[in-house]
Write a protein that binds this ligand. Sequence first.
Ligand code: ATP
Ligand code: MG
Length: 425
Amino acid sequence: MAKQLQALRGMNDILPEETPPWRYLEETVRSVLSAYCYQEIRTPIVEPTALFSRGIGSGTDIVEKEMYSFDDRNGDSLSLRPEGTAGCVRAGIEKGLLYNQVQRLWTMGPMFRYERPQKGRYRQFHQISVEAFGMAGPDCDAELILLTARLWKALGLTKHVSLELNTLGTQDSRERYRTDLVAYLTRFKEALDEDSVRRLSINPLRILDSKHPNTRKVVADAPVLQDYLDENAKAHFDGLCLRLDEAGVCYTVNPRLVRGLDYYSKTVFEWVTQSLGAQGTVCAGGRYDALVELLGGKPTSAVGFAMGLERLVLMLKTLGLLPAHLSHTVDVALVSMGAQTQLMPLVERLRDNYPELRLQTDCTGGGFKAQMKRAHRSGAQFALIIGQEELNTGVVTVKSLRSDEPQAQVPESALADYLKQRIQE
Ligand code: ATP
Ligand code: MG
């Protein structure tokens, strides 16, 4: 026998029994997004490597360690997208969607990061990312947070997630802070871990995030960004908090919250849960007013977030929040004896008259008993029994598979209505 091949580590198959929960999540998100008038955009999975190194920042974990990059046949460096924002901004600039306009966009699909696979962390994973352009004030930040809060409510997750909020200030205040932070950290350079020493010149803010014990000790007394905020950033943050207070959204201000990507300024937020263990962030975002210009566009305000679908599906499953009807995929199972050629037109007429009906045929050619067994196993509510006699008389037998109701003889002309009245979700 030929050697079996396996999926790549950290890249999952989503099997038929798992796709209904995925679709349920995706459809719930889609309907909330459409209620807030966000429009879908789809961009390529492969982009020039430079888009990510410039957009996400060359000193970040993603670009330094996690990207799937390769040279294509003519020597250009390409990468599988590790996140959705950079591609969305690239498309927006290239197709003229951003300049002087308001845009509310979302995209959904697979992302790729070379990480150590574990529960809730994979090498191919899926995100829905939502981006809003052309709105500078805190209204839009608040709208995005309210939108996510509404989604949690629709999914029954409200009491299982909490919101953390911080501000990273404007570019200006961060520059001033960065200078002082570097001066401070340089004094303790000997105590810092290797990665942090390297980051000192490329991305010093990330050192605040270090897990290394000695570095953490040094960081504990470092200057804090909050003392450097300018009036503009402060007013923006206060404005956002006020809006959330008025709307009754609970949050915690977490001054240590810095996001893994370089492009954020002002608002950053994360929705976290205790239900997943270590990988507890299910949705993360913030404002990235500088990114459009950095990628070659005109200065454009922007704010957005991304949520990880694997973690949300896992949460819905673990907490038992998936609606029961998701596991039912068949309404009616057809049990047929002989005369397949006459049978098919009848079945097609039924499908014409009742297009939503989920009708499973039995194409195995097996006997009555075997077909009935399969009908029971399919989870269908009814079996439709059709043999030569039924075809001759035009009256079919409908047998309930979930109750003791006696079986009924229904003329074909009344069949669609008969089933419509009885099929429940
Ligand atoms: P983390 O701190 O967990 O690594 P991150 O800051 O790298 O997260 P983002 O880039 O902000 O994450 O991505 C947004 C969301 O996408 C995360 O909150 C998470 O839900 C999900 N996510 C990120 N990386 C992965 C992954 N490797 N596997 C599964 N989901 C992921
Ligand atoms: Mg990460």
